[in-house]
Design a protein around this ligand. Sequence first.
Ligand SMILES: [Zn+2]
Length: 283
Amino acid sequence: MKIFFRVVISLGLIISLVSGVVIYQLHKFSKTQVIFLNIGQGDSILLTEGDYQILIDGGSDGKLLQEKLSRYMPFWDRTIDVVIATHLDDDHVSGLVDVLKNYKVHEFWYSNTKKDTDTARALKFFINKFHIQTHEPIYGDKISFASGANFSVIYPIIRDDFYKNLTDANQTSITGIFQVGQEKFFLGGDLPKEIEDRLNLDQSITVLKAGHHGSRTSTSELFLDRIKPRDTIISAGKDNKYGHPHKEVIQNLMKHNVQIFKTYENGTIIYSCSDKCKISFGL
Ligand SMILES: [Zn+2]
């Protein structure tokens, strides 16, 4: 009898412990969050609300990416609803190979496929193996969260022959605006300034992810004048070999009174949003 009661009490304790953890996690992940993951040199941005996630790019290190994702997703959630590869440079997509292997991915969005690298071939292999639905988005494509927050694509405008034959992968970066409440996040991979300056954007932006890791090839003064960002995120590795971010870009941002956050200094940068978004920092 004694053993029976011990078993019942232990089971009871385990069940309450597990439900406590689940309730805590449900609360923690209920808000809409925009998370600039600290994955070294490269980009990886997680848009999340409850158990729904969009992952834009995955940096270059799959192990590091998975470690970061596990911090910012509920532990039982092994599904990423949409993965977006802005373009096929390794510092944006190498890490995604492990994501395709280890998570259930419903949809994979990508830009032009001219690039023939080991990573591009590995992505293709796992997309076929797991029958992942693919999509080449254009202007107007939109993904909405239950709260109404949404990601809408603003570039490419059309996938004409000109676009398909672009040989500079940066110029093909899928670009979109994530809107939550009144706050808007501009997310544009490594899009260069000659395209940024021509985007059809008649709105100010709350948070700009600086194009191409703060390189001088993106983020012109004209662009800053047009979109008037309050904050800028620079996603780059400490002491990276490219010298990102360039000091002209930092100077221009300062001249425009933009608050600057850098993954290599601030770590992972998290905006937690209800009507307004609050910034915090993590590992
Ligand atoms: Zn890049």
